[in-house]
Design a protein. Structure first.
Length: 260
């Protein structure tokens, strides 16, 4: 029987959490069984992939974690769920939230993405993950996740370590004035911190947003013990990552973490 480490594809991203006993990774395109546009490690069930292939890929995630990965029905919100055994019972609907916390070694956090930012958290006695697109980020999903993790694990923010996975990068993430306003910025026609003004071909005002920078700013304000990652662009690295903006019916990746 293959070990958990042997089931982690060498191309997957591997966060490091110092001094904590966790298993964590973010998948890439590599290492699964899906075919065609979903080749090969697609974990998304709503992108017209073969359901049997999706199930096999999700099973590999759980096997590599050594725990049952609990996938969520993500809705671009800011709510957080604390995982419990009933969430993996047959026929139980997926939790309709964008973040989860686990204090159980048998239940793993799993966050699906294909341009939005996944953030994994580890602390003594607990792990968590958040799906941080711009809506969730502006709505406080990271702050809510850290608060729930600290409550569940009985720790302080300074004991929490955060790792940011792959997402759409600042050279590719084109947004409108509504996104600036969601982050409390006035839509002035010039560069602003973490928003670079770049009108589109029709001359309409657009900005390129730094999603990782916006997340890091919020994580730093929480006083976490360490913040790392965020060095990959899903949109521009097309041979390695799926991207919703580049291929809407392409695959979905997962950032996952479990206690050992």
């Amino acid at each position: 029987m293959l070990s958990e480490a042997a089931l982690i594809d060498p191309d997957w991203l591997r966060p490091e959490f110092t001094g904590l006993s966790v298993q964590a990774f973010m998948t890439t395109r590599a290492g699964g069984v899906s075919q065609g546009a979903h080749a090969s490690m697609n974990v998304g069930g709503a992108v017209e992939d073969d359901p049997a292939a999706v199930a096999a890929n999700r099973a590999r995630v759980s096997q590599a974690l050594g725990a049952q990965a609990v996938f969520l029905h993500q809705v671009h919100g800011s709510d957080v769920a604390r995982l419990a055994p009933e969430h993996v019972l047959p026929g139980v609907p997926q939790l309709k939230v964008d973040a989860s916390v686990s204090t159980r070694p048998d239940l793993a956090v799993a966050i699906q993405v294909a341009d939005c930012l996944p953030v994994l958290f580890a602390a003594p006695g607990g792990v968590a993950g958040a799906h941080a697109g711009w809506r969730g980020l502006a709505g406080g999903v990271l702050e809510n996740t850290v608060a729930e993790l600290c409550a569940a694990a009985g720790c302080q923010p300074g004991q929490v370590q955060a790792w940011m996975g792959a997402c759409i990068g600042p050279s590719a993430f084109e947004v409108g004035a509504d996104v600036l306003q969601a982050f409390g910025r006035a839509p002035l026609l010039h560069d602003q911190p973490l928003f670079s003004y770049r009108p589109n071909a029709a001359g309409e005002p657009r900005w390129r947003a730094d999603l990782v920078g916006l997340a890091r700013q919020r994580l730093q304000a929480l006083g976490l013990g360490s913040i790392s990652g965020g060095a990959w662009c899903t949109y521009s690295e097309d041979s390695r990552f799926f991207s919703y903006r580049r291929e809407r019916l392409g695959g979905r990746m997962v950032a996952a973490i479990s206690l050992r």
